[in-house]
Design a protein around this ligand. Sequence first.
Ligand SMILES: [Zn+2]
Length: 273
Amino acid sequence: MQSIEKVSLVSTGSVAIRPEHVSRSGTPMLWWLTTSRRWTPPRPINVYVIEHANGLALFDTGQNRASVTDPDYFPRGLNGFFYRRLARFEIAPDETLTAQLARIGYDIADVDTAVISHLHQDHIGGLSELTHARIIVGEAELDAARGRSAELDGYLQKHIFLPDLHWEPLRGELDLFGDGSVMLFLTPGHTPGSLSALVQRTGLSPLLLVGDLTYDAALLEKGVIPGVGDKAGLLASTRRVIELAERHPGLVVLAAHDPAAQGLLAKANRAIE
Ligand SMILES: [Zn+2]
């Protein structure tokens, strides 16, 4: 569809996670989270930027730099211990969302819509800079983030429910620009309200932005699911993506923390011969 002018990505720093996080190992999460001694090499924290004739949209908003500078960003006690065991972040001063958008020629003030794949810390980091935008998120995700075990489930309420944010809960599907170019739909599993976006452009490969449904598009293609999230939900959503790829030849799956995503997107942005 001609109405999409450009799709780019920026990364708000990098994150190392456990190998058991990337592909399911069979051992329970609590076990590997408390005992694993290995980290993956640093992976990106991708924010996708969709420039459409009728507006500028983000898919995810990265990790907030305050998480590496403010000792009070994370919970204390046992939950704080789990957060430190789960992921290690590095975010330089010029790796804020605003600075990264400026680097590729966008002003954060021009962002009309931020679609959030899910409400974990490394996807909501830019919310404080987006009080002027529509924030679209799965309704079940908002419910989970308000739930009693939210903090243990990876939701940092004080960094999510900020004043002056314009939430738009998604139920079912949404045609973001009304022309079929960006279709949002739910792909639960990593979290209860995780969503994905199918981006279709004339003469270019279709894209599927999946958040944390996978950390490696090549593993997703083989049906391998990550070690974090509800197994049945991850398997069902992965199957749905594989079926979608059959209906959309050349579909390029772009995840939030896939080191291959930048190269995959660059290749997809070249016209089909
Ligand atoms: Zn993530």
